[in-house]
Design a protein around this ligand. Structure first.
Ligand SMILES: *Cc1c(COP(=O)(O)O)cnc(C)c1O
Length: 379
């Protein structure tokens, strides 16, 4: 079955009691048993909820996986993955990634004796060089937030397999429409469902998708033991969002492309970071593993001062100045002071995240209106 059909029908069964075509919001904490232990597979809603189950079934199908687990946020999903590890274990992660993931790794998990190595993953050789006897997991984000670096999922997955490491891909920026890491050999896909999958800036949620039943059991145990589960209303909203993912993504990609090219040709703009440019350092890999190049991009101004960037950030009228991404509306963001403020300044600059960098999440409005807006804001 093709993706467009899967997106509409995955996980959706008519409600058994009424035939309702939309999965009901099972707003309940518990389920009545006819005798102790005698139940319909539902005991307590931290462990099971029918609305969540419908969503998890849908997430598995659209990411080409066998199993999915939904969490109360993207970072809760990441948290569950790292809880597979033990003190003394080591993780290899990228040096350009979502600030909240970096914060979780360094401020929460290092304290429990897990060690993280942050390296440039756009060259897979750097990974081979970093692997040692304690390495257990590779955490890859591609495209990266906010510099749009690309790493080669299939090559890294092959390295992980050879060294018996778990390979996890944060697929938030691409969404299941653009890229399916399990098909390329990854063990677990993580999403901040808050972003493109939800798509309407009205819900915080995360998920993990995998093929291995053993991994599913371990992660389900962590999900119910640690309890970061999403509520049924949020699951319903995401089920609704999923149905239009392909239509939204087509327009996101079209608008992203137009704006990336416009920015690049605009005299007052410095560098534009977008994997669709043929001279992007890993454009060939992006082309190989992604269906299209998405609507996330970042740029600097020719006059590379923080003051100038601040002026642009507070002058747009259609682009809203806000954290987050992947919704139908366009957002503008200043990574250094907003999404990536939790990464120390020296660390950010060393990795190429300049103080004047501006990130855009291009929405699905009219592209010409968006360009006009950027033009008046940049001046
Ligand atoms: C937003 C985001 C996260 C965290 O997800 P939340 O839903 O905000 O907890 C993780 N990775 C990436 C790439 C993100 O953009």
């Amino acid at each position: 079955m093709k993706l467009a059909t899967k997106l509409i029908h995955a996980g959706a069964e008519p409600d058994p009691s009424t035939g309702a075509i939309m999965t009901p919001i099972y707003q309940t904490s518990t389920y009545v048993q006819s005798a102790p232990g005698k139940n319909k597979g539902y005991e307590y809603a931290r462990s099971q909820n029918p609305t969540r189950k419908a969503l998890e079934d849908a997430l598995a199908v659209i990411e080409n996986g066998k199993h999915a687990l939904a969490f109360s946020s993207g970072v809760a999903a990441t948290d569950a993955v790292i809880k597979l590890l033990q003190s003394g274990d080591e993780v290899i992660a990228g040096n350009d990634m979502y600030g909240g993931t970096y914060r979780l790794f360094t401020k929460v998990f290092e304290k429990f004796g897990i060690k993280f190595h942050y390296i440039d993953m756009s060259d897979a050789n750097n990974i081979t060089k970093t692997i040692n006897a304690n390495t257990k997991l590779i955490w890859a984000e591609t495209p990266t937030n906010p510099l749009m670096n690309i790493c080669d999922i299939a090559t890294i997955a092959a390295i992980a397999k050879k060294s018996k490491l778990l390979m996890v891909v944060d697929n938030t920026f691409a969404s299941p429409y653009l890229q399916n890491p399990l098909d390329l050999g990854a063990d677990i896909v993580m999403h901040s469902v808050t972003k493109f999958i939800g798509g309407h800036s009205d819900v915080i949620q995360g998920c993990l998708v995998m093929n291995s039943s053993e991994l599913r059991e371990q992660l389900y145990f962590i999900q119910k033991s640690c309890g970061a589960v999403p509520g049924p209303m949020d699951c319903f909203l995401v089920l609704r969002g999923i149905k239009t993912l392909h239509v939204r993504m087509e327009r996101h990609c079209e608008n992203g492309k137009k704006i990336a090219h416009w920015l690049r040709n605009y005299s007052k703009v410095g560098k534009v970071f977008w994997p669709g440019f043929e001279d992007h350092p890993n454009h060939i890999i992006a082309k190989k593993q992604m269906r299209d190049f998405g609507s996330m991009l970042s740029f600097t101004l020719k006059d590379d001062s923080i003051e100038n960037a601040m002026k642009v950030l507070s002058s747009t009228k259609i682009f809203s100045l806000a954290e987050s991404l992947g919704g139908v509306e366009s957002l503008i963001n200043h990574p250094a002071s907003m999404t990536h403020a939790s990464i120390p300044r020296e660390e950010r600059i060393k990795n190429g995240l300049s103080e004047s960098l501006i990130r855009l999440s291009v929405g699905i409005e009219d592209a010409d209106d968006l360009i006009e807006d950027l033009k008046q804001a940049i001046g």
